[in-house]
Design a protein around this ligand. Structure first.
Ligand SMILES: Nc1nc2c(ncn2[C@@H]2O[C@H](COP(=O)(O)OP(=O)(O)OP(=O)(O)O)[C@@H](O)[C@H]2O)c(=O)[nH]1
Ligand SMILES: [Mg+2]
Length: 475
């Protein structure tokens, strides 16, 4: 193995024709010349070549390797971004003994190259094509049909893949033990997955679109790592899936025997400064004729109310906005609730930002960092419902909130020495709602927008088991 300081001249100097493995990971100064020298010197002895991250390597180098090193079994060209289909096709045609191939992040690759690999390299057991964003189902279908010895496959970040690719993988690759497929577009798993891939140990479907797992998944007794977060899984609920195969098996078993109900309820927490207009907004959404609260009807601690709209039940938790209540109200914050942050238009400015907006964002970010937050401006009648004034206010508030969150994101990232991308932040909706509680049409539109947000919550529409056997003993 050479360090990243070596350039092609050094490679030639150290090379003997006995070398069977060459590892040049991240040797940025390596060019085609060096690889041509390696190909010529090592010839058929070379079995393992790793040039991952060698950004200057092009198809010319791969063609030289292909022409000279027909016994190559392992090739890693991940992040060699200049490579195209031509180089990979040459490798596939001349190095048909390949068992391990890593072409991840080779963004120029298309289905053409993968189809040739599928046709020529049927001994592949390990294949990584992650973040090859041009690949489509056609390529994966060809790979699955021809490379039936595959044990490890990584197609993560191939965002154009659909259930057709998933179906082909499950149909033909019965030896698969590891499948990484995060950020694909998979909507479902095959019903008989439990019979098709019995060796599966790791299944990573992070950030796909699955809403249900097939019952037969419980037959995959070797499955140790199942990653399913960041998507609206409903059957079983994502909390059950996170507990592993035993919990999933129990859930499906209970589904057969227990009373069931589909939960259409969403907890909606109203937060905002005292007098912001939270209770009046709740009154309006509930359809009360005179929604405005009296001047002295400040909410004491909190109020609960369920409001049914269409099929959905909004279970309001209306938190009194007086600062004295704040600490004990932490009990009513949960990541699975929708938060309506209510800001009166006469306080939506720089001077009041900290008291009327900032302190609530801060509490929510601390308690429920991934939660969904909808900002609602109220009392638009105070500016005569003037459209341009209202939209100016919406934009200002949107930008001010996002600037604040971005500042926090950077600060947390710096503090924890991690990338800002991995810091979990409140999901503040881009659209800011604006209402006056007396205008039925405006309230109607706001009500629709809020109900629409329930689609972001997997708990709405989820089948829940209403069996109290676990509490009283089975009888
Ligand atoms: N002009 C105007 N006043 C409103 C509107 N909505 C509410 N108000 C008034 O604002 C005041 C406070 O309203 P509430 O709904 O009690 O406010 P809140 O946020 O629930 O306040 P706390 O319960 O103390 O946290 C009352 O006097 C309401 O009549 C509105 O759309 N326009
Ligand atoms: Mg109130």
């Amino acid at each position: 193995m050479w360090s990243s300081r070596f350039a092609h001249a050094d490679v030639k100097y150290y090379l003997s024709n006995q070398v069977t493995e060459v590892n040049l990971v991240d040797c940025l100064s390596i060019t085609d010349n060096a690889l041509q020298a390696i190909a010529a010197n090592c010839g058929a002895n070379l079995t393992n070549l790793n040039v991952s991250g060698c950004e200057n390597v092009t198809d010319e180098a791969l063609m030289a390797i292909a022409a000279n090193c027909s016994n190559l079994t392992k090739l890693n060209v991940s992040e060699c971004r200049k490579l195209t289909d031509d180089g990979l096709k040459a490798i596939a045609i001349n190095c048909s003994n390949l068992t391990n191939l890593d072409v991840s992040k080779c963004k120029n690759l298309t289905d053409d190259a993968l189809k040739v690999i599928a046709a020529c390299c049927s001994n592949l057991t390990h294949l990584r094509v992650s973040r090859c964003s041009n690949l489509t189902d056609d390529a994966l279908e060809a790979i699955a049909e021809n490379c039936t010895k595959l044990m490890k496959l990584n197609v993560s970040g191939c965002s154009t893949l659909t259930d057709d690719a998933r179906k082909a993988i499950a149909t033909y690759c019965s030896n698969l033990s590891i499948l990484f497929a995060f950020s694909c577009n998979f909507m479902s798993l095959p019903q008989d997955i439990g019979d098709r891939v019995p060796e599966l140990q790791t299944l990573n479907l992070f950030a796909n679109k699955l809403t249900a797992l097939p019952r037969s998944i419980v037959k995959l007794t070797k499955l140790k790592n199942l990653t399913l977060r960041k998507k609206p899984l409903q059957t079983p609920p994502v909390e059950v899936a996170a507990l592993g195969l035993q919990a999933i098996a129990r859930y499906f078993a209970e589904l057969d025997t227990a009373y069931q109900a589909v939960s259409m309820e969403l907890m909606v927490v109203l937060v905002g400064e005292g007098g912001a207009g939270k209770t009046s907004l709740r009154n309006a959404i509930a359809g009360r004729v005179n929604p405005r609260q009296g001047r002295d009807d400040s909410t004491l601690y909190l109020d609960r109310e369920k409001v049914e709209i269409d099929d959905v039940i909004l279970s309001f938790c209306d938190l009194g906005g007086q600062p004295a209540y704040t600490s004990s109200q932490a009990l009513f914050t949960t990541p699975s609730a929708l938060y309506l942050l209510v800001v009166p238009i006469d306080k939506a400015d720089e001077n009041n930002f900290e008291d009327d907006v900032g302190r609530f964002l801060e509490v929510l970010q601390a308690l429920v960092p991934g939660a969904i937050v909808q900002i609602v401006i109220t009392k638009t009648d105070l500016v005569g419902n003037d459209e341009s004034a209202v939209s100016k206010c919406k934009k200002w508030l949107h930008d001010a909130v996002n600037e604040e969150l971005n500042r926090w994101r950077e600060a947390v990232a710096k503090n924890q020495n991690v990338s800002p991308d991995v810091v979990q932040m409140l999901k503040v909706q881009d659209e800011v709602l604006a209402v006056t509680v007396d205008d039925a049409a405006v309230i109607d539109a706001a009500r629709k927008s809020i109900v629409e947000l329930t689609t972001l919550f997997p708990s709405v529409g989820q089948t829940i088991i209403r069996n109290r056997g676990w509490l009283f003993g089975d009888f």
